[in-house]
Design a protein around this ligand. Structure first.
Ligand code: E4P
Length: 215
């Protein structure tokens, strides 16, 4: 399973790279805003740190606008993936960009029919937003199961990025569902290694090892 970092904070990305936990990065306009940095400048920096795919999102609404933006983004680094919203215009843009060798990530996906269309359009990645579905009392992870089943039925190559992750269990459930990728906020990644019994165990072993020194 691949782990992407869902952030535009360079320090968090560097830390995850050091841990070997960063196979790629996803960004969106909200995450860029939170970084407080210039869009192009921060994406170029991230692209120089991470070898894997970096998803970049613009604000075009028509296919032509999305294609123009996508072509521009693809010059920002060797590993840029263009995020395209799940709309009719977005699907048109996916076909053109993929034909031109620019990888796309269809974002804001909330239903299996949307995911099926993304795969048929030839998207490299699809991003079901599990947390936002959970927020409105729908089972976000059930959507991932459905997409996985549909893609395996027909051998679609589109990779499933489980997005809008809110807690470590989402990552575990994504892994159990066989999702290709989980895109994880830095805070959630750090929660994955924490366990009170680990801390308690370390403390006890330290105390006992000090006692051993006295013998
Ligand atoms: C990633 O591609 C998505 O943009 C991101 O996971 C959305 O997360 P949110 O629902 O917490 O904003």
């Amino acid at each position: 399973m691949k782990f992407f970092l869902d952030t535009a904070i360079v320090e968090d990305i560097k830390n995850a790279v050091q841990l070997g936990m960063c196979d790629g990065v996803t960004t969106n306009p909200t995450l860029i805003m939170k970084s407080g940095r210039d869009h192009m400048e921060v994406i170029k920096e991230i692209s120089s740190i991470v070898d894997g795919p970096i998803s970049v999102e613009g604000n075009g609404m028509t296919a032509d606008e999305m294609i123009k933006e996508g072509k521009e983004f693809s010059t920002w680094g060797k590993n840029i993936v263009v995020k395209v919203p799940m709309t009719e215009e977005g699907l048109k843009a996916v076909r053109v960009l993929e034909k031109e060798g620019i990888k796309t990530n269809v974002t804001l996906v909330f239903s299996p029919s949307q995911a099926l269309l993304a795969a048929k359009a030839g998207a490299s990645y699809v991003s079901p937003f599990v947390g936002r579905l959970d927020d409105i009392s729908h089972d976000g992870m059930f959507l991932v199961d459905e997409i996985k089943q549909i893609y395996s039925n027909y051998g679609y190559k589109t990779e499933i990025i489980v997005a809008s992750i809110r807690h470590p269990l989402h990552v575990v459930e994504a892994a159990k569902a066989g999702a290709d990728i989980a895109t994880i906020p830095a805070k959630v990644l750090s929660l994955m290694w924490n366990h009170p019994l680990t801390d308690k165990g370390i403390q006890k072993f330290l105390e006992d090892s000090k006692k051993n020194e006295k013998h």
